[in-house]
Design a protein around this ligand. Sequence first.
Ligand code: NAD
Length: 329
Amino acid sequence: MKEPIRVTVTGPTGQIGYAILFRICSGAMFGADQPVKLTLLSRDNEKSKAALKGVMMELSDCAFPLLAEMRAETDLREAFRDCEAAILIGSRPRGPGMERADLLEGNAAIFCEQGRALNEVAARNVKVVVVGNPCNTNAWIAMKNAPSLDPSCFSALMRLDENRALSQLAEKTGMPVCSIQKMAVWGNHSPTMVPDVTATLVADKKAVDLVDGEWVKSEFRPTVAKRGGAIIKARGASSAASAASATIDHMYDWTNGTDGRWVIMAVPSDGSYGVPEGMVFGFPCTVTAEGKVEIVKDLELTDDVKVGIAKNIEELKKEQEAVAAFIPN
Ligand code: NAD
């Protein structure tokens, strides 16, 4: 048996938390032979602590062979001490009448504190995925507040957007999802994102030869980019199990490598495609067997994708400006 990996999850009693914990413990996130030591960060109030107690009772009742240890923490430094994987889901939800700026600021405080704590106590090779929205900017804030960790430790979840794009294209072409390779989604996890099939192959045929450009522009892109809202409308609650599943995919591939297969991750830019260095941006990536994420380079972009990328850069710059007070000099 391998040495257990230390995993910290924030927001464990929320919708996504409840959908993800059981799969982490069953081996879906790190592999069927990888034990986990789980630390669950609770908010420091009686209601949250009681809810977490109930979730932990259920986890315990599953008798997962891979669950080597489980504890609840309310203190950030205790929660992140030596952690090798941090799944940051907990965040301040958008309340009635709340502007985007208020949401950004409310979350900035959370991710600033979490970045500082990770900086001080996490394992130096920690893999951080931010799920809580606005996830790209929250990940950027945490990264900026963790100067002694390598920026490559930080990422945000855009795998759900990739999965949504794969599923839409599979349905349109009548082909299985597993026959599709090289899907791209660029930018911010917001309706501004750019799902892009320019390089995509479906059973080794070019997607652009199978679907027409008008469908890509007027149906595929908006359906993927606005799927979150459509799910809230249909279900009366935001996407949770699919977000949990995408987070599992994200961490599984980051840990195990993708053997050349593209996956979409929001990672600190290295300046590729004109995206400012450090901006946490959705790119097509590959992951080496050692867990090194590499942005797929030198793709030829169509003019509309270039315009879309520029819009995402502008949007993320505005988000960064709105949280400037939380970024150390
Ligand atoms: P939820 O409201 O069910 O749960 C939120 C969790 O965050 C709860 O455990 C709550 O206790 C905790 N929390 C609330 N306020 C907090 C605060 N001030 N400090 C610390 N923790 C706090 O929400 P959910 O459905 O589980 O979604 C969680 C986040 O994930 C949301 O921000 C949502 O927008 C985001 N999300 C992201 C994606 C993506 O693809 N990146 C997809 C779906 C949802």
